[in-house]
Design a binder for this molecule. Sequence first.
Ligand SMILES: NC(=O)c1ccc[n+]([C@@H]2O[C@H](COP(=O)([O-])OP(=O)(O)OC[C@H]3O[C@@H](n4cnc5c(N)ncnc54)[C@H](O)[C@@H]3O)[C@@H](O)[C@H]2O)c1
Length: 436
Amino acid sequence: MKVVVIGTGYVGLVAGTCFAEAGNDVTCVDIDESKIARLKNGDPVIYEPGLETLIRKNIKAKRLGFTTQVKDAAGRADVIFLAVGTPTNDDGAANLSYLYKAAESVAPFMKSGSIVVNKCTAPVGTVFRIKEILSSKVGAGVNFEVASNPEFLKEGVAVQDFLYPDRVVIGVESTGAAKVLSELYKPFVRSGNPIHVMDVKSAELAKYACNCFLAVKISFINDMAFLCEKLGADISNVRTAMSTDRRIGKSFLYPGVGYGGSCFPKDVKALIKTSSEAGVELSVVRSAEKINIEQRKRFVEKIVAYFDGDVKGRVFAVWGLSFKPQTDDMREAPSITIIEELARRGAVIRATDPVAIENAGKTIRADVEYIEDYMQVLEGADALILLTEWSEYRNCEPALLNNNFKGRVVFDGRNIWEPADIVNAGYDYIGVGRNV
Ligand SMILES: NC(=O)c1ccc[n+]([C@@H]2O[C@H](COP(=O)([O-])OP(=O)(O)OC[C@H]3O[C@@H](n4cnc5c(N)ncnc54)[C@H](O)[C@@H]3O)[C@@H](O)[C@H]2O)c1
């Protein structure tokens, strides 16, 4: 199939590359010229495990191309995916201007019979608005269809998730479009995972429902952790009891400094906005957002309280900046607010991350000394703060810590270490909801 993907971010680039890997003829389009120039040379631009190899392989096989010229690409396409950003507006709603511009850009070049698929996370009704935009701009006599195909990949394992999805969701208006899109996804569901074909609005809402439910899970365990601190219980034990209940499950039930990233914070906001416009009070989702904001503040307060309310001049070594491991994505990372707040109170911040230092430097508005070597960061630090659970940090031996870290205390923002190991190594241990 001839596939065009508009937008080469985390979703568009991974989707385009994986469709090419499945044997399709794929062109990825972006308005960012420097990005396209790098992609043409096989440089993935973003850090995503396994992606570079697949891009290079498919460029070489001539199944994958990159261009800034939507005109050349859209006219050949059987299926056009829209995969541009839908960030948050000031009022919490999803900003759909990039998406609508992308739709406008393809419309004049579309051939009859093509299907325009929205892959972006966007509120119910967006696909029908896209249809109106396309209708007003397509060539005379050109017939087309629209569809919603929300993306569920996770950054850090995006390629794996795309190649082996739990399920594919397709929202369509006709069986013809369902057939074409099911055919396109067939190579990815050979192990029997389902393709759910449904109406367009349900597909659009399903994506928000999934992300918001996961955000609720995270905020629930974080609130429980806070309660543990007040009552003297230990969240690790509570979590173990909860997560071995098959009705609950263990994923997204890890206490920490809260969720971040390009999806959960914005999707939670957008669903709250959509629901209030519909006259529905989604109080569970609202609470999840509130708890998530408080969770970062609670962690900062714990750090400040440890130093008797004054962190001025204290040196903090921060391990981990990206919003989660295996990505260089800094969007809404908890590290931003935590570092900025400590710096605002006069703390000296030295920070490291395996891949996110460059993006952190562009995102965090504070004076931070960035250091590649995570052992070197510890030199002269009063405290170690762990904010992203990269495996090299998780596997760090307390003895190794001892050789480099002469400070007093370890703040474990992701509960990755055994408190006893840290205490035995001679440090105070402060995690999230743990009774040490
Ligand atoms: N990142 C994720 O983990 C993830 C997962 C599932 C769904 N989503 C959703 O997928 C969508 C895309 O997210 P992302 O993280 O890939 O975005 P991104 O910000 O990483 O990338 C968007 C890309 O679109 C390009 N672009 C913007 N306007 C364009 C236009 N008119 N024509 C061509 N290119 C254009 C930008 O230059 C950029 O390269 C969002 O709606 C997001 O909510 C993201």
